[in-house]
Design a protein around this ligand. Structure first.
Ligand SMILES: [Zn+2]
Length: 165
């Protein structure tokens, strides 16, 4: 289940859950799906505003839900899909969760800098430099459809709407 068609299938599910409450960028429509042996264990949307919880990013919510479904906090062999390249927190959580693959839609260069915490540190480097050598990260699956949900690099976003400052 690692061919491009299945990646697109599961990314569509991530897009669906991301858009559940609307597609305006101000709603942070980020979705994450975790799949194991072709079965969806979790499909979650960003819940930061609803839960008043800065850690309730879609990927973290999905890791929590998948662990319950898997009855194991180590999600070995699973793939985590996200509509947006995971932030540093979620990339690190992915490494600790033991998923084997991280697949994202829109990449860092497709969206506003507000979605990332560091100027020159790319979250891809976290995976490349991890002690684990059984995890990969790849992007660009349904890139344009995913990028349309977010503030773009050229958008003028008011500072009070920028989550990283
Ligand atoms: Zn995140």
């Amino acid at each position: 289940m690692t061919d491009m068609n299945s990646d697109e299938f599961f990314m569509r599910e991530a897009l669906r859950v991301a858009s559940e409450k609307g597609t305006d960028p101000s709603l942070s429509p980020i979705g994450s799906v975790i799949v194991h042996e072709g079965k969806i264990l979790a499909a979650c949307r960003n819940q930061v505003a609803e839960h008043h919880d800065a850690t309730a990013h879609a990927e973290i919510e999905a890791i929590r839900q998948a662990g319950k479904a898997f009855e194991n906090g180590e999600l070995r062999g699973a793939t985590l899909y996200s509509t947006l390249q995971p932030c540093g927190m979620c990339t690190m959580a992915s490494i600790w969760s033991k998923v084997g693959r991280v697949v994202y839609g829109a990449g860092r260069d497709d969206v506003h800098k507000m979605y990332f915490e560091a100027r020159h540190v790319d979250t891809l480097a976290f995976v490349a430099k991890a002690y684990r050598n059984d995890i990969t990260i790849e992007g660009g699956v349904l890139r344009d459809e995913c990028a349309r949900l977010y503030y773009r690099p050229w958008d003028k976003v008011p500072e009070d709407e920028q989550g990283n400052i």
